[in-house]
Design a protein around this ligand. Structure first.
Ligand code: G4P
Length: 527
């Protein structure tokens, strides 16, 4: 198969959802369709159910599961589908954000009873920032949910996206009979009351020619005709180009646990979802996926669960060209060549060493501490992919060393764990104190626990009351120096040695902005 054929058959995406909407179930059903797994229950949920868990076993379990479900690839028809897993717990929002940098589209699952939920909103904002095409799957149609038109209105209003249904439910809850595919003009009905088996797909090219009544009652038939008429009146025809430009989101209805509406979703997904896309760089413009020279970036690093083995797996998204085993590639940040003798591909639950990989693929590279999140690998070209910035943390704590005999270990542990992206580390300008910043409270516990078990170091925390850490820049060096001097107590450096302003409150930030209008304050490290 040619390079272009390999590229065009790949579809790399993530399923995103508010916890409990059915992400794990849908993933599993897609894998079943792809023949990648044989039994239900093979995909473990990676969510931490308790909101404020301090149960380390839970955290460890999650880490164990999330390595095996980080990437789940399978073949379907002529396509290679790569599903990237995103953590369910909101404390891992940054992880999710980084994973979304490595996909070309997403499927968003919405629970038809609950509608749009807080995490749905946040995740969609991320997709909108990047113009990622979104397909919506309205799940749990076997439950007494809302009227589908009301749901679509809510999705449009709450998520500020335009939608276009491509399947339509016939009945809902107890009376849910099946779905009509507006895209394929076919009917899929449940068999009897079992709600688990699907009758054969029935093609109905014209809803008005009377054949519908052969399969569903008159009431359902006339309701479906009226609904379809309304859909055609209210929504524009589906336009694939607009979907690819993230201007409109096709919507599917179904029930993941009952395996219903999934095939329609998958069949349409492989047809319309984008092929691997290029990515923007700092100095070389956009690198297109079709560029024959290999390039890729690290979006996730996973430490070994066995503390005796300090190696880690760095997950690389291939952006362009062909990745080959045992070939030297250039790590742009480190300025050095690296070679990988056992790069790993993930097919469903199986890991295997691969010889080559194509754009859209995600491979695991064994790493002894060389990689940082965001690193770019090339055939020698010196550019960095953009799009994996750090965001201002929400929570902050001073790190204290509880075991002075283990200072080195603590230092190393903090460096490596923050390279993995578990938290961000800042060093204060005046006294050199270390400040950890995270999105959720859970990470502080994760760090403490992992420092102990993997590095044999003990860390404690002192409280520090901060509102945000903002990256600062100024065209005028004199003004910058003036600001740094005036605010010396509130300046720290991130791991890349970029200065940040530690604002204690929104009000103090505003005061600083007013006093130094030339300084630009950024909530993310990439600007
Ligand atoms: P998540 O990964 O998005 O957090 O959700 P997950 O798939 O774990 O699903 C959450 C719950 O919703 C599960 O029930 C799952 O069985 C159920 N579910 C998924 N799809 C459907 C559906 O189409 N209809 C109905 N009625 N339920 C659905 P649970 O009780 O939390 O877990 P389990 O014991 O069933 O696994």
């Amino acid at each position: 198969m040619s390079f272009i054929d390999e590229l065009n058959r790949r579809k790399t995406f993530a399923i995103i959802a508010h916890p409990d909407a059915g992400k794990t179930t849908l993933t599993e059903k897609l894998l079943l369709f792809g023949g990648a797994i044989q039994t239900a229950g093979a995909v473990k949920s990676n969510k931490i159910k308790k909101a404020t868990t301090s149960d380390f076993m839970e955290i460890e379990k999650q880490r164990g599961i999330s390595v095996s479900t980080s990437v789940m690839a399978f073949d379907y028809k002529d396509f290679k589908v790569n599903i990237l897993d995103t953590p369910g717990h909101e404390d891992f929002a940054e992880d999710t954000y980084r994973t979304l940098s490595a996909v070309d589209s997403v499927i968003m699952v919405i629970d038809c009873v609950k509608g749009v939920e807080p995490q749905t909103r946040k995740l969609l904002e991320v997709c909108r920032m990047r113009n990622t095409p979104v397909i919506v799957f309205v799940n749990k149609m076997d439950r007494e949910g809302r009227n589908p038109f009301d749901l679509l209105d809510e999705i449009e209003k709450e998520l500020k996206i335009r939608v276009r249904p491509l399947t339509w439910p016939i009945g809902i809850g107890k009376s849910f009979k099946g779905v009509y595919s507006l895209y394929e003009k076919s009917l899929n009905l449940f068999q009897g009351d079992s709600k688990t088996t699907v009758e054969e797909t029935i093609e109905i090219s014209d809803l008005n020619n009377g054949s519908l009544e052969k399969y569903i009652s008159e009431d359902f038939s006339s309701q479906l005709r009226a609904d379809v008429e309304l859909i055609d009146g209210v929504y524009d025809d589906f336009d694939k180009k607009k979907y690819l430009q993230a201007e409109v989101s096709p919507v599917f209805f179904g029930s993941a646990v009952n395996n219903f509406g999934i095939k329609e979703l998958l069949d349409c997904f492989v047809e319309i979802a984008p092929t691997p896309q290029g990515r923007d760089t700092d100095v070389a413009g956009e690198i297109k996926a079709t560029d024959p020279k290999f390039s890729g970036f690290i979006f996730k690093i996973h430490a070994n669960l066995d503390p005796k083995h300090r190696d880690r797996i760095a997950f690389l998204r291939v952006v362009s060209g062909k990745f080959e085993r045992n070939t030297y590639y250039y790590n742009v940040r480190e300025g050095k060549d690296m070679r990988f003798s056992n790069p790993t591909a993930f097919m469903a639950q199986q890991k295997s060493v691969i010889d080559e990989s194509f754009p859209g693929d995600v491979i695991g590279l064994y790493d002894s501490g060389n990689f940082k999140i965001g690193d770019t690998l090339t055939e020698g070209a010196k550019f960095n992919f953009k799009g994996i910035p750090s965001f201002s943390p929400e929570l902050f704590k001073y790190v204290t060393n509880l075991d002075p005999m283990k200072t080195k270990q603590l230092q190393k542990g903090l460096e490596q764990l923050t390279d993995e992206g578990v938290a961000q580390l800042f060093t204060k300008k005046t006294d050199g104190r270390k400040v950890l910043g995270t999105v959720g409270a859970l990470q502080f516990e994760v760090i403490q626990h992992r420092l102990k078990s993997e590095y044999n170091a003990s860390c404690g925390y002192d409280s520090i009351s901060l509102y945000k850490a903002l990256w600062i820049e100024c065209d005028d060096k004199k003004k910058m120096d003036e600001f740094m001097l005036d605010k010396a107590n509130h300046i720290a450096y991130d791991k890349e040695n970029r200065p940040v302003f530690l604002a204690e409150s929104a009000w103090l930030l505003q005061m600083a902005q007013e006093k130094f209008p030339e300084i630009k304050f950024h909530v993310k490290s990439e600007f």
